[in-house]
Design a protein around this ligand. Structure first.
Ligand code: ZN
Ligand code: ZN
Length: 311
């Protein structure tokens, strides 16, 4: 596999005077340079994932850093053999993270480097580690010993945070991680508001950890919100932690349910996938609008994936 493309992930929190004008400028630059991907611009900052040739990617990074307030933006880079985004989407969003609450952007957790994160994990009194990604991300990979609070809705997380105060002394630190770091900005602020004194959030997220520290203390793979879908976090091999949703064999291949009304992501081995003609459950196999089943080597990007929430 050649490495003809770079995959960029970045976000930056900063007050933007005119998000609409920013979208316009981003669109103009990206169209001119054949960048593909997704950029969301909100009043409180920018969040993007893109793919491009190295020349175009470098031009973009240089361009973004050359204008205010993005001078300090940090890019996380992977390589891939082609574009991993089917299109270019750049738009304003009322909120930087697609969760329905207002957050206090001034009071966020303490960002720690991957190195410091690893040291904390290796210390005798390692604080509890909370992974604030979605369930389907967690199922195929996570830090060893980490816990998965309910994070799909904000209300669930709030309730969980209330309960946490009963079992964990809020004076003592906790650790928090997500894919690229942006979700932690939101969830750490939530814990701080509830009286937790120290929340260490993994700076640049799991992507950055893999790039800097390899797969140490990590098991499985990483779910990403583009055509690659599932990637190793580094070149160091890890065990498979995902399980086929039918037979529980070790697998980390996700598929979209062939029933068009469902389309849910599910983990499956190849033989169970075939047995269920590409569907997530027996019920879905009996529905009217089921895409014809073709044997496939891996997940084929399906168009609704871009509607998934980015983290
Ligand atoms: Zn199976
Ligand atoms: Zn289904």
């Amino acid at each position: 596999m050649d490495d003809s493309h770079l995959v960029l992930a970045f976000y930056h929190i900063a007050k933007l005077e005119d998000p609409k004008a920013e979208v316009k400028a981003q669109k103009a630059f990206c169209q001119e340079h054949d960048l593909m991907g997704r950029i969301y611009v909100a009043e409180h900052g920018i969040n993007g994932q893109m793919s491009a040739t190295p020349e175009a990617a470098n031009a973009y990074m240089e361009w973004l850093k050359s204008h205010s307030p993005f001078e300090d933006v940090v890019f996380k880079l992977h390589t891939w053999h082609e574009h991993c985004f089917p299109r270019l989407t750049i738009k304003t969003r009322p909120k930087l993270v697609a969760i329905d609450i207002d957050i206090d952007w001034k009071h966020r957790g303490t960002s720690v480097t991957p190195e410091k994160w690893r040291e904390l994990m290796e210390s005798d009194d390692c604080p509890p580690i909370f992974d604030v990604r979605n369930d389907y991300e967690w199922e195929i990979g996570r830090f060893k010993g980490s816990k998965k609070p309910p994070c799909n809705t904000f209300r669930d997380f709030e309730k969980w945070a209330d309960d946490l105060k009963q079992e964990h002394n809020p004076e003592k630190p906790v650790m928090m991680c997500c894919t690229g770091g942006i979700r932690c900005e939101l969830f750490s602020s939530m814990l701080l508001r509830r009286g937790f004194k120290t929340v260490y959030q993994l700076g640049g997220g799991i992507i950055n950890y893999g790039l800097k520290e390899g797969s140490k203390h990590w098991e499985g793979k990483l779910f990403v919100f583009d055509d690659r879908l599932v990637v190793p976090i580094s070149e160091e091999p890890t065990e498979t932690v995902g399980r086929c949703s039918f037979c529980s064999s070790e697998i980390d291949d996700y598929y979209n349910c062939a029933n068009m009304e469902c389309n849910d992501l599910f983990l499956s081995c190849k033989s169970c996938l075939k047995e269920h003609i590409g569907c997530c459950c027996t019920d879905c196999t009996k529905q009217e609008r089921v895409r014809p089943y073709h044997e496939q080597e891996r997940h084929k990007p399906f168009k609704r994936l871009h509607l998934c929430q980015t983290s």
